[in-house]
Write a protein that binds this ligand. Structure first.
Ligand code: NAP
Ligand code: GLV
Length: 303
């Protein structure tokens, strides 16, 4: 079987992916890189991709599966040349989910206990304890109750946080009521036509004064200027941001130096090569055996 491997990687990263995939799939597969694919285009049956440049999957007449190595497929779906009739599977990697749980727990604990404020005080050698609240007094709202949102919600409940979730079938009225009762919002939505720009001035105003935001979904969920205004007005206490409208975050962006913003470089949960390669291997086995494929994206819904 000939499979195209295509991503926006350094050559070292590409090599590491090839090694992990070869180990998981064995010798029966011929892996092709984009520069070789032209000569083998009529025989390519599957593509394993990590946000490839737009147009990369055109002119592959026997393509039967596009397997993403990323959980979120918004950038792939933005490529209007993506073959319409070929099944698209996203990555559901148990180790990536575990990493997301770690990041979300760190962020929520740090916000609830005020550890980011202590880090600021350390910079000016300021010894000033603040009041200690119970987890039970810090309600958390997790936007998105899919693979990531459910795992994060369960882990937070295990630490004693009251956790509410929000999903597609819930109404906007339900969201407004949830926001009013939330201290910390964790965003784990996919980026779709319906979720872009969701976290705007209106959304933030619905939160109680002193609330915090953790954005681990996509940068385009957040109206960045509205967040800065809410922080500067003191309505929001702190934001932990892993994803941005423009990545890498430009050096001049206000978030880098804002005292109430913690910036991560889109690392909340990276795909784990070894466990993701096993997921790819299972889906390719199913493809060859004619069995139902795992983790298929509903293109009309956008996730
Ligand atoms: P998933 O399993 O597809 O879950 C998506 C969840 O979002 C579902 O609960 C879905 O509702 C809900 N949803 C979709 N559209 C909605 C809407 N319009 N209103 C309310 N809820 C809506 O996705 P996942 O694996 O949990 O991943 C979620 C996202 O996390 C990814 O798409 C990606 O953007 C992001 N992510 C970020 C990183 C990082 O490092 N920062 C890493 C991995 C993933 P239903 O349950 O009703 O379908
Ligand atoms: C990372 O953001 C992913 O979607 O896998």
């Amino acid at each position: 079987m000939k499979i195209l491997l295509c991503g926006q990687w350094t050559s070292d990263e590409c090599q590491a992916w090839l090694e992990a995939l070869r180990e998981a799939l064995g010798p029966g597969v011929q892996w092709l890189q984009p520069q070789q694919a032209q000569h083998h285009a009529p025989e390519v049956e599957a593509a394993v991709v990590a946000n490839p440049p737009p147009g990369s999957l055109q002119n592959l007449p026997r393509l039967r599966l596009i397997q993403s190595l990323w959980a979120g497929v918004d950038r792939l779906l933005d490529d209007h040349s993506l073959p319409r009739d070929v099944p698209l599977a996203r990555m559901v990697d148990p180790m990536m989910t575990r990493a997301m749980v770690e990041t979300a727990l760190w962020a929520v604990l740090s916000l609830h206990r005020g550890f980011f404020a202590y880090a600021r005080r350390q910079a000016s050698a300021e010894w000033r304890p603040h009041a200690q609240r119970r987890a039970a007094e810090s309600p958390v709202l997790v936007l998105g109750q899919g693979t990531m949102g459910r795992a994060v919600s369960e882990a937070l409940r295990g630490l004693g946080y009251p956790v509410q979730g929000w999903r597609r079938s819930d109404t906007d009225d339900a969201l407004a009521a949830l926001l009013a009762a939330t201290h910390i919002v964790v965003n784990l939505l996919p980026l779709t036509a319906r979720t872009g720009g969701l976290i705007d001035a209106r959304f933030l105003a619905a939160l109680p004064r002193g609330a915090c935001l953790v954005n681990l979904g996509r940068g385009a969920h957040l109206v960045e200027a509205d967040l800065l205004a809410a922080l500067d007005a003191g309505h929001l206490r702190h934001a932990v941001l892993d994803v941005f409208q423009t990545e890498p975050l430009p050096a001049a962006h206000a978030f880098w130096r804002h005292a109430s913003v913690t910036v991560l470089p889109h690392v909340a949960a990276l795909t784990d090569r070894a466990s993701a390669a096993a997921v790819v291997a299972e889906n390719l086995r199913r493809l060859q055996a004619g069995e139902p494929l795992l983790h298929l994206v509903d293109r009309a819904r956008g996730y």
